[in-house]
Design a protein around this ligand. Structure first.
Ligand SMILES: N[C@@H](CCC(=O)N[C@@H](CS)C(=O)NCC(=O)O)C(=O)O
Length: 200
């Protein structure tokens, strides 16, 4: 059985959501970041990680891509080389462009020590606004990132949408808001949240 390692209410939800979409059994191993236990799975001490027998995968986008590849019949990954390039572009865009302002603001508002904090408010707002415009253009009239099927890319993008809404970043695009409503309303995400709440 898969083991999803990390803290409930964090990026762990990307892993549990993905596993729920795939209909795979899993166990949540509640583990705090920067503990010796977490460093056994990821030398950086960051969560989440996935354990699949002998295989340990770190970094949420890589975990979702791994799971999509492991269960090709669920059609949550790439089926051709061109799709692989497209899916990777979405995953890397989600993490390095869309998530970066969210993560930076959270770190500078709450996580870093007082001495390390600087005011990243204006920069993160401007950057996020720009990336929402990119997301709008990249989505076009598609239901999901890869077209008409829900994939690993939608898990990572959708989680960024949940994060942005929770942190009150303005999402100034009807198309992107409708997309976030669509992906965040998925029953698999509700099940993943319930599983995390049960162990929180
Ligand atoms: N690229 C990693 C980032 C992981 C990450 O930063 N996780 C947070 C918890 S959600 C963490 O461990 N933070 C501790 C830190 O940044 O020092 C991923 O997507 O999994």
């Amino acid at each position: 059985m898969y083991q999803a390692i990390g803290s409930p209410g964090s990026r762990l939800i990307r892993v549990t959501w993905m596993l729920e979409e795939l209909g795979q059994p899993y166990q949540i191993v509640k583990t705090k970041q920067h503990t010796d236990e977490m460093r056994r799975y990821n030398p950086s001490g960051k969560a989440p990680a996935l354990v699949d027998g002998e295989v340990v995968v770190t970094d949420s986008a890589a975990i979702c891509a791994y799971l999509a590849d492991k269960h090709p019949e669920k059609r949550m990954g790439a089926e051709t080389l061109a799709e692989r390039a497209h899916l990777n572009a979405w995953l890397f865009f989600a993490q390095s462009e869309l998530e970066a302002p969210l993560w930076n603001k959270l770190k500078h508002r709450m996580l870093l020590s007082e001495e390390e904090r600087v005011d990243v408010g204006p920069w993160t707002t401007a950057e996020f606004t720009r990336e929402i415009r990119s997301l709008d253009a990249r989505l076009g009239d598609h239901q999901f990132a890869m077209g008409d099927r829900f994939t690993a890319a939608d898990v990572i993008l959708g989680h960024c949408g949940q994060w942005a809404r929770g942190a009150r970043f303005e999402i100034n695009s009807d198309r992107v808001n409708a997309y976030f409503d669509r992906v965040l309303g998925r029953p698999a995400l509700a099940r993943a949240r319930a599983r995390e709440e049960a162990v929180a």
